[in-house]
Ligand binder design. Structure first.
Ligand SMILES: [Zn+2]
Length: 206
């Protein structure tokens, strides 16, 4: 209905294994012009993904693959919306009570000796931005595909009532490139000395 050719590209479910799906080849990077077919393919994977998540075009499934090299801190962002953690760091963060962090295996190819074991966090889209930080003249999301046509505000603000109570790290539901950690998460990372490769910025909540 909106005629947009788009992809969110930031949502990823690294725990989801599509290898047993008979039509797995249809889930590679490509353009599906038939919207009904896109919806059918979404429904086919819905039982495999966490309950209630949107399945935007461009959603990634399965372990992160590709070449990798270099040094990795305890936490690092290989993309601004993709959080990787060394296994031992994740275990320590979990041990101090940080909630809702699911580390999934990656399948990167290291050429160096003794490569680190890096896990990708499966971050769920939850909560949304407060309407007061969004353009007042914005159009509603597309009723067919859900596309949001406005860009991320310079000063994002979270809507308190929409935030999850059981997760300490998540994506913002209507801006899935934005990762949010609660104060509990940030404190844990700082106290453990894991902050070298990431940067936190405080977000207002209303
Ligand atoms: Zn649309």
């Amino acid at each position: 209905m909106c005629d947009a050719i788009w992809s969110a590209g930031s949502d990823a479910y690294p725990s989801v294994d599509l290898s047993q799906l008979p039509e797995k080849d249809k889930y590679g990077a490509r353009l599906e012009k038939n919207y009904a077919e896109f919806e059918r393919l979404c429904e086919q994977v819905r039982p495999l993904v966490p309950a209630g998540v949107p399945l935007w075009p461009g959603t990634k499934f399965g372990p992160l693959v590709g070449p990798a090299k270099g040094e990795f801190g305890p936490l690092c962002l290989s993309l601004p919306w993709r959080l990787l953690m060394r296994r031992e760091a994740l275990e320590q963060v979990l041990a101090v009570g940080v909630r809702g962090m699911k580390g999934c295996r990656t399948a990167m190819r290291f050429r160096q000796k003794n490569p680190p074991e890096l896990l990708e966090l499966e971050l769920l889209p939850r909560g949304r931005l407060h309407p007061d930080c969004l353009p007042p003249d914005r159009l509603a999301p597309c009723v067919k595909c859900g596309r949001i046509g406005w860009s991320l505000p310079e000063k994002p603000m979270l809507e308190a009532a929409s935030l999850p109570e059981d997760l300490d790290v998540f994506r913002v539901g209507d801006f899935t490139t934005v990762l949010v950690g609660t104060e509990r998460f940030v404190e844990a990372v700082r106290q453990l000395g894991f902050e070298q490769d990431i940067l936190f910025r405080e977000l207002p909540v209303r």
